[in-house]
Every structure is written in C-alpha cells, then in structure tokens.
Design a protein around this ligand. Structure first.
Ligand SMILES: CC(C)[C@H](C(=O)O)[C@@H](O)C(=O)O
Ligand code: SF4
Length: 465
C-alpha cells in the first residue's frame, strides 16, 4: 500500500535517494506563523491554495469562541495570523465561530478533505491520523511546510514498511485506544522509527472508522513516520456524502480506484508484527513515555526488575515524576482531573462511549472533569443526542472544540503535582502543564476514573458492578 501511494505521487527520484512527492492536501493550524513568514521572506505565494485547509486549534481557549476574547495577546495573535494569512493567500479556513472549526486531525476526515489514496501533510506529528482512511499522511517541519506551501511538493526519503496485524476479537470493554497502547507496549516507543506501519488483521478490520483514526493517530508514538489502513467498505461508508468528498460519477470512479490501494496478498514487508486481540486488556500509562503502559489490573512496576540499567533509571525517574511507588495497584491511583478529548479520542463515538459509562452517575467530588469535543460539529452532534446533558448532570464541564489539555498551549493546563486521567496521546514530562502527571487511557476508562476518583477497570462498570 505504501509502495502504491508512493509511486502514484512520485515526481522525481534524486541521486541521493530522496523522492519529490506530490502533496494532495496540506492541512494547517494556528502554529503556522513561521511558515508564512518564511514564504513571505522568499517573496512566494502558495502554489495550490485550493488544496490547503486551515483551522485554529492549538491556541484557542475552550470557554469562549470570539477571537477578541482570547485573553493572551500572543495566542490571539496566533489565531489572527492564521485568519489573515488565509484571506491574503486564498486558502480555506474554518474560523473559531464556525461550527466546522476543530482539531486539524478531526476536521480533515470529518469534512471529507482527507481521502483514501492521498498524500496529506501538516506541520504536526499526529498527521498520521489521516492514514486510517488509506492515505499516506505524515507530519513535517516548518521548513518543509514552507516548501509544500510554495510548490505543493516535498522531498522525502522512502520509509521502510512494517505490517502490524491484530488478529481475533477484542474482549469486552477493550477499545481502539487499548489496541494502540498494547502495540506500543509490544514494539516500544521507538519500535517503528524509520517505518510506515500498515495496520491489518481481523481486529483492525472490525474497528469503526473512528477507532481506526485513534489507532493511526498514535503511530507517531511508536516512532513511525505514518500509519495506514487499507480502505474498505467501512472507509467508503465513512467518506461518502461528506462536504469535500467526491460525488456522483466521480464517487464511483474514486471507489474503484481506492479499492485497488490495499496491499496485495503477496506483498512483502520489511518487518511483520502480530498481536492477539483477545490478549489485550484496558490499558493505562503509569510513566512519562508511551512504553510505560500496562493493563489496568497490573501493579506499578518495580524498576529493580528492569532488564537494563538504562531502563531501570528511566523507570525510577518516571515514577518519581509521577509520584508513584512500585507495587501499587494501578486501579488504586487517585486522580484529580479527567480530560476526554484530543485528536486521539475527541470524536463522537468517543463521547458516546464515555457518556454510556457516565449516564446516571456523578463525578467524584475531588475530580475536575472536562469534555472537550474534537470539533464544533462533534459538539453539535453530541448535543443533538443529549450527551451534553448526561455529562453536565454528572458534573463534567462541557467545553468548546480545541486541543486544550492535551498540550496546554492554549493556557488550559493541569496544575503541578495534580494527576490527570486523559484520553490524549502523550504522557511526557510537563505535557499537560509543568509538573502535571498524566495517565493515558481510553474514553470509557477516563469516564470511569471521573466517577470513582481513581484509575478504574471500566469492565466492572460495564458489567454493572
Ligand atoms: C504543536 C505541534 C507541532 C505538536 C505536534 O507536532 O504534534 C502538537 O500538536 C503535539 O501534539 O505535540
Ligand atoms: S489534540 Fe493534542 S496531539 Fe492532537 S494536534 Fe492538538 S496538541 Fe497535538
């Protein structure tokens, strides 16, 4: 699949091994000011404005929607710069007050901007998300983003290919988030460096499109250049009828083309990894790297049992930062904050699954729990289904769309020393705020933690215990 999309987009091979690739879609967020400045400094304009789509997400507050009311001048400037550049350079932008605004990796698929077979780039590492549609989608740096703005092409070295097959059926209470956390646990946070991962196997095919987006989103957390899943009927049903999707005769032609994209039965990969779906439990992270992850019924691990001295030191450091003692039951760790949102788990199915756990229950008095929908349309859909009132009645805050607590660049952070159950994708030191402690998990697991006030095996809830 990588070979097919790569060769369909390659314009020129250079002697040093790099290929000039055509870029179908360039997605843009509110951190793009440097790229626009580079472009101007060279006296250039975008080559293909109609292939560029922007949305403010990293710097937007999730309590107000008026740009003028963004409290910090710097953040307001980031959002304003995106708007002004869109106007001046002629590309589409979904402004803050537009219900189509949201996290760039949520709105691309949602609007039908991201489609199977495409090359998609954005100056953001989680661009791997869009590969779930059967695209080659990857993050680039600001200099490369400038090259794409100017030429709609990009020099790239072809990555190696890795197939990760998850076979069998997922157990009760186990979701796409647990699948990707289990994969990273198996191959490590650098396990896929230099590779594009193709996710395959019956458990991947059985995922909904939104579940697949969650899996591909975190490819980068295993170090991969990109993640992808062969387009199938699930993909076509998802893409069909979206605002920027092809329609009429063009739709039929597109489906015919997209149906050819999957890897051939005799395809050879540089590396193959297999997981048994039935062995995957609901997962939580306990440390500050994505490989610091374990099933919820495990204990906080003991660094003295690490295989190498280096790993022992990393684990000790992580546990000190996290304020955890080896041997503690993960399910007994108390939490202060809960964040359900981000480009990993801020879609409608995520909110539905969390609401199903929350319904008729109350958030623990110690916990401040937030729902931050991934886009204005996700928010509107959730409200149409009455999910907002389930969350509000339980004591959650119901916020506007944006990256918010995933990264905190919008000023919304977790206080130092506080512990957050989070559906986002990174648990790094300081990720949710200086000194903040992050435990990553699925939306249902985060919802259960909000109710009990500690990390919780959601399967107990779902069984009605
Ligand atoms: C700010 C942006 C460049 C960054 C990324 O590249 O991923 C952010 O989205 C993140 O999740 O850390
Ligand atoms: S939600 Fe988080 S991971 Fe996704 S783009 Fe925003 S900051 Fe990055």
């Amino acid at each position: 699949m990588l070979d097919k999309i790569w060769s369909q987009h390659s314009i020129l091979d250079r002697a040093d091994g790099e290929t000039l690739l055509y870029v179908d879609r360039h997605l843009i967020h509110d951190g793009y000011q440097p790229a626009f400045e580079f472009l101007r400094a060279r006296g250039l304009r975008p080559r293909a404005p109609h292939q560029i789509f922007g949305t403010p997400d990293h710097y937007v507050p999730t309590d107000v929607r008026q740009v003028a009311r963004i409290p910090s001048a710097e953040r307001r400037g980031m959002v304003e710069s995106l708007m002004e550049n869109a106007k001046e350079l002629g590309f589409t932008v979904f402004e803050l007050a537009d219900s189509r605004q949201g996290i760039v990796h949520v709105i691309g698929p949602e609007q039908g901007i991201s489609q199977p077979g495409m090359t998609i780039v954005c100056a953001d590492s989680h661009t791997s998300t869009h590969g779930a549609l059967g695209a080659l989608a990857f993050g680039v740096g600001m200099t490369q983003a400038t090259q794409v703005l100017a030429t709609q092409t990009l020099w790239q070295r072809k990555p190696k290919s890795m197939r990760i097959s998850v076979e069998g059926e997922l157990g009760f209470g186990v979701s796409a988030k647990d699948v990707i956390l289990a994969i990273i646990r198996k191959i490590g946070a650098a396990g896929a460096v230099g590779y594009v991962i193709e996710y395959a196997g019956s458990a991947i095919r059985d995922l909904t499109m939104e579940g697949r987006l969650t899996v591909c989103n975190m490819s980068i957390e295993a170090g991969a250049r990109a993640g992808m899943i062969a387009p199938d009927q699930v993909t076509f049903d998802y893409v069909r009828g979206r605002p920027y999707s092809p329609s009429g005769e063009a739709w039929d032609k597109a489906v015919e083309r997209w149906s050819q994209l999957g890897s051939d039965p005799d395809a050879v990969f540089d590396r193959e990894v297999t997981l048994d779906a039935a062995e995957i439990a609901p997962m939580v992270t306990w440390g500050t790297s994505l490989e610091d992850v374990a099933p919820i019924d495990a204990l906080v691990p003991d660094p003295d049992r690490a295989n190498t001295a280096e790993r022992r030191e990393a684990m000790s450091k992580a546990l000190t930062y996290m304020g955890l003692e080896p041997g503690t039951l993960l399910a007994e760790i108390p939490v202060d904050r809960v964040f359900i949102g981000s480009c990993t788990n801020g879609r409608i199915e995520d909110l539905r699954s969390a609401a199903a756990v929350v319904k008729g229950r109350t958030v623990h008095p110690r916990v401040e729990a937030w729902i931050v929908p991934g886009s204005g349309l996700v928010k509107a859909q959730a409200e149409a289904e009455g999910l907002d009132s389930i969350f509000l009645h339980a004591g959650f805050e119901w916020r506007e769309a944006g990256c918010s607590l995933c990264l905190g660049t919008n000023g919304e952070t977790v206080a130092s020393g506080k512990r957050c159950a989070s559906t986002s994708n990174r648990n790094f030191v300081g990720r949710q705020g200086r000194g903040a402690r992050t435990h990553l998990m699925s939306p249902t697991m985060a919802a259960a933690a909000a109710i009990t006030g500690h990390l919780t095996d959601v399967r107990q809830f779902q069984r009605g215990e």
